[in-house]
Design a protein around this ligand. Structure first.
Ligand SMILES: [Zn+2]
Length: 299
């Protein structure tokens, strides 16, 4: 169908008999100082001055997944891949799926298409060299594929990406494309590029779209509410839903960055101390697997 957003989309169905039913577990592998909420204080040229916690926190997530025998998809930031190659090799060797989270964690709509193409190519190349396999999945920093950066889809397809969970079908001050489908769909751009989009999970509550995909929403909402929204969406769509988490969200020793706005302080730090316990509950209550399991079973 022709979407009001200027590209054509085709919603996809999925073969549950061959896949079994599990949701998509995704991790954006970046350090706390890469987070968009901290970017108002920590600029990229100062990242190297802050102590890195990404190894320790990713270890924690790997351990939680290992305990439940869960394979996940890890979206690796190219900058982290260059600084911690051992970490990326380890994630890959433990049997998880490796995907790309761009290079510099800058918002796509603040870049030129050429800058975006160059740094995404750099990230994909370094990650593929470390894992010795093709990287087919991409997720934008802070879900920054929006109306202003739709051109990124063509570039991603030309670089060899075939699926992308970057579009959040909600209103938000930093991201979001309200009105786009809330189930997997194929995007066909006017230049003929195609990519499979896995939208971030939203629940329909009395006609309103409520984000229920993980990350900040997982920390801010009470656990009972988040898990109920996730379950409600599962029941209504009968489709695997997308869940995401960041290593920094289980980091109880994370350095506190001073000078943030109240909103950023709230978004970044709230409920970090109980996030690990909540995640353990999610992993018991729901079944999870990597994104490509769903990709392989779409029609
Ligand atoms: Zn990120």
């Amino acid at each position: 169908m022709n979407s009001p957003l200027g590209f054509s989309t085709r919603c996809l169905s999925f073969e549950s008999e061959t896949l079994g039913f599990h949701h998509m577990m995704s991790v954006d592998v970046e350090d706390y100082y890469h987070a968009s909420a901290l970017s108002e204080v920590i600029k990229p040229q100062h990242w190297k001055d802050w102590p890195s916690h990404v190894d320790k926190n990713t270890d924690c997530l790997l351990q939680l997944f290992d305990e439940r025998v869960i394979r996940a998809t890890f979206f690796i930031l190219g900058w982290v891949a260059e600084k911690s190659p051992h970490l990326i090799r380890r994630i890959s060797e433990e049997g998880h799926e490796i995907a790309c989270h761009g290079y510099s964690h800058q918002l796509i709509y603040q870049k030129s298409p050429e800058e975006f193409r160059e740094e995404t190519y750099r990230a994909k190349s370094v990650i593929e060299a470390l894992c010795a396999r093709d990287v087919l999945g991409y997720r934008a920093a802070s879900y920054s594929i929006t109306m202003e950066s739709l051109w990124a889809i063509d570039i991603l397809a030309k670089l060899g990406f075939v699926w992308d969970p970057s579009i959040f079908p909600i209103y938000h001050d930093r991201y979001g494309m309200p009105g786009t489908p809330d189930i997997p769909y194929e995007i066909c751009t006017e230049y003929g590029a195609k990519i499979i989009e896995f939208p971030l999970t939203i629940a329909n509550v009395f006609g309103a779209c409520v984000p229920a995909a993980g990350g900040g929403y997982f920390r801010q909402f009470p656990y009972w509410l988040f898990s109920r929204l996730f379950k409600k969406t599962e029941a209504e769509h009968q489709l695997p839903q997308m869940f995401y988490i960041h290593p920094r969200e289980v980091d109880q020793q994370q350095p506190e960055v001073k000078g943030l706005s109240r909103l950023s302080q709230f978004r970044h730090y709230r409920n970090i101390n109980c996030c690990q316990k909540r995640l353990q509950k999610m992993l018991v209550y729901f079944e999870f697997g990597p994104v490509s399991d769903l990709y392989k079973n779409l029609h």
